[in-house]
Design a protein around this ligand. Structure first.
Ligand code: PRP
Ligand code: ZN
Length: 285
C-alpha cells in the first residue's frame, strides 16, 4: 500500500508545531534526529523535512503529495497547489517595517525608497495596488539586518512576536497580509493518496475543532435554565441533569474558546454557579 508523502519545514517557526499536529492526530513518527525523511509506524504517511520555500515546488511536481507550511510561502511561490486546510497555528503578519527613529508619514514614505524582502511577489503586488513605486531588494535570509548595514531603507517580512524587529531597531508600520500554517496538496494525487489525505484531514479537523472549543459544566437553579440555555450556543442543545438538591440542575455544553470570557460573564449574571471549563481532546462533528 502506498504512503502519503508530506513535506514539513526542516527547521523554523512551524517545525515543532507541525510535528505536534501529527502526534495529536495519533500518528506515530520516529522523529529522533530529523533526517531527510521518516515513516509512520501506524498511519500510511511519511514526512520529508525540507526548506519551507521548496515545499510548494515539490508539491506542484508531485515529489511531495502534501505539505505543511505558511500560506505566505505558498502565495509567494505562485505554484499551482491546493490549500486544503488552514491549520490554526503559526499565525503571523506580513508587514513593512522601518528604522525605529524614522518619522513615518504614511505609505508615501516608501515612495522611491528601497525595501529588502524575501517576498518580492507579494510586496510588488501590494505596492502596485497602493500606487507606490519602491525599489525591491531580494534577500534570501536575515532580512531584518538590511537597513542596519545600509542595504535598504526598510524591510518587508514576517512578524510573529515582533522580537526580531525589536532586536534590530525596527518598527512595524503597515500590515500587508496575515498568514498562518496551511495544509497543501499536490494537484497530481492518485485516488489512493487522495483517500489517505481525506483520512488525515478527518483527524486534523477533529483535533482543530477540539482545540477551538471547551467543554463547560455548571450548576443553576431550574428557573434560570431557559435563559442560560439561550446563552450557550452548544453543538446541539445542552445536556441537563437534575442535582440532588431539589430545584437545581447541572448543565453540560460546548463553547467556543474565543467566546469563552464573554459567555462566562453572562452565565454568571443569569445565575450559573460552580462553572467548570475543560479542554476537549478530540471532537467529531
Ligand atoms: C520569520 C521572519 C523573522 C521571524 C519573525 O522567519 O523571517 O526572522 O520569523 O518572528 P518574530 O516576530 O517572532 O521575531 P521564519 O521562521 O518564518 O523562517 P524563514 O527563515 O523561512 O523566513
Ligand atoms: Zn523560509
Amino acid at each position: 500500500m502506498s504512503r502519503l508523502k508530506i513535506a514539513v519545514q526542516k527547521s523554523g517557526r512551524l517545525s515543532e508545531k507541525s510535528l505536534g499536529l501529527f502526534s495529536s492526530c495519533g500518528i506515530k513518527l520516529s522523529n529522533g534526529d530529523r533526517k531527510l525523511m521518516t515513516v509512520s509506524s501506524n498511519f500510511p504517511v511519511e514526512l520529508l523535512f525540507l526548506r519551507d520555500d521548496d515545499i510548494p515546488h515539490y508539491a506542484e511536481e508531485g515529489v511531495a503529495d502534501a505539505g505543511i507550511l505558511g500560506e505566505n510561502v505558498v502565495r509567494e511561490s505562485l505554484c499551482r497547489v491546493e490549500t486544503v486546510e488552514r491549520l490554526g497555528f503559526g499565525s503571523c503578519r506580513m508587514s513593512l517595517a522601518i528604522p525605529r527613529d524614522e518619522h513615518y508619514t504614511g505609505l508615501t514614505w516608501f515612495q522611491n525608497r528601497k525595501i529588502a524582502t524575501s517576498y518580492p511577489v507579494i510586496l510588488k503586488e501590494y505596492l502596485h495596488n497602493e500606487g507606490i513605486s519602491s525599489a525591491i531588494e531580494f534577500t534570501g535570509g536575515s532580512v531584518e539586518v538590511a537597513p542596519g548595514i545600509g542595504l535598504a531603507d526598510a524591510i518587508f517580512d514576517i512578524v510573529s512576536t515582533g522580537s526580531t524587529l525589536l532586536m534590530n531597531g525596527l518598527r512595524e508600520v503597515e500590515v500587508v497580509a496575515k498568514s498562518e500554517a496551511v495544509l497543501i496538496a499536490s494537484p497530481v494525487l492518485s485516488d489512493n493518496k487522495s483517500c489517505i489525505l481525506e483520512k488525515l484531514l478527518f483527524r486534523i479537523r477533529a483535533v482543530k475543532s477540539a482545540s477551538e472549543n471547551k467543554y463547560i459544566l455548571l450548576n443553576a437553579p431550574d428557573r434560570a435554565l431557559p435563559q442560560i440555555t439561550s446563552i450557550l450556543p452548544g453543538m446541539k442543545s445542552p445536556t441537563i441533569l437534575p442535582l440532588a438538591t431539589k430545584g437545581w440542575s447541572s448543565l453540560h455544553s460546548v463553547i467556543r474558546e474565543d467566546e469563552f470570557w464573554e459567555i462566562i460573564d453572562r452565565l454568571k449574571m443569569a445565575g450559573a454557579e460552580g462553572i467548570l471549563v475543560m479542554p476537549i481532546e478530540k471532537m467529531i462533528l
